[in-house]
Design a binder for this molecule. Structure first.
Ligand code: NAD
Length: 256
């Protein structure tokens, strides 16, 4: 299947490692011109050695001025066709331990600044009558994950935003979707397992084994398995998929 991604311009946020990196690589492999953004451009430059069409962009999503500068530069060249809203996850913690300041600062970096960035890039997509907005959230929006209160709460707001936007721009040839990773084996998952190991005073291998046992597939997903679905959603072939939430979780969510 030709995904017809050649020459499409894609902005992938949080692309120095993990899911963002795998998505950026997947899109570039299909011929897209990828603006891979993160705080550490050196990491992007390291993984993109020898790859065509990948441009490293230094961007801290918690800094609105930096977000606006990045958007200004992209708009000078006509904007982008594809936005992959992704970034760092918040720290673990209970609902009772998250204070007001935590909610505000993480909401800004994980949601408000991405909504703003998307709104600024949308008019150019509308003019071309083609666009893709894909937000990476978490299976926690369907089945809240214990001790990840900030993630469960903020990502649920992203789902509401995404569905509202999908309805507004469907007539402009722009699709807007949410993708929900279950447990995909990235550094972040290793960090969460390490935190759980410390909290429960259980060896980390034991924590990971228990976690894998809750997944019908019996294993964590691979970043490429996740990126392949996102690459398809970003493509011309997924033109009738919009306003959806797509799970990539090896069956981990228990409901239908
Ligand atoms: P990760 O922590 O490995 O990667 C996050 C990326 O975002 C990195 O490139 C990091 O440098 C970048 N980033 C963090 N803060 C940033 C900032 N302020 N500005 C710009 N870039 C920033 O996480 P991951 O495993 O690749 O997951 C990606 C997202 O999906 C995270 O938000 C994570 O919480 C969420 N998620 C992942 C899983 C999973 O199984 N991997 C499951 C549920 C949710």
């Amino acid at each position: 299947m030709d995904l017809e991604l050649t020459g499409k311009r894609a902005l992938v946020l949080g692309a120095s490692r993990g899911l963002g990196k795998a998505i950026a690589q997947g899109l570039a492999a299909e011929g897209a011109i990828v603006f891979a953004a993160a705080r550490s451009v050196d990491k992007i430059e390291a993984w993109s050695v020898g790859m065509d069409g990948v441009h490293a962009v230094r961007l801290d999503l918690s800094n609105l001025t930096a977000v606006d500068k990045t958007v200004d530069k992209l708009l000078q060249d006509g904007g982008v066709d594809i936005i992959v809203n992704n970034g760092g996850g918040p720290p673990p913690g209970t609902a009772q331990s998250a204070d007001r300041g935590d909610w505000i600062s993480h909401f800004e970096a994980m949601a408000a600044n991405l909504f703003h960035l998307t709104n600024r890039l949308l008019p150019a997509m509308k003019e071309r009558k083609w666009g893709r907005v894909i937000s990476i959230t978490s299976s926690g929006v369907e089945q809240p994950i214990p001790n990840l209160a900030l993630s469960n709460g903020i990502r649920s707001a992203i789902v509401g935003w995404s569905k509202t936007l999908a309805n507004e721009v469907a007539g402009d040839g722009i699709t807007v979707n949410v993708v929900m990773p279950g447990r995909i084996h990235t550094e972040r998952v290793d960090e969460l397992d390490a935190a759980a190991s410390k909290r429960t005073e259980t060896p980390v291998e034991e924590v990971a084994k228990k976690s894998r046992a809750t997944i019908p597939a019996g294993r964590y997903g691979k970043p490429q398995e996740f990126a392949d679905v996102v690459t398809f959603l970003a493509s011309n072939r997924a033109s009738y998929v919009t306003g959806s939430r797509i799970r990539i979780d090896g069956g981990a969510i228990k409901s239908i």
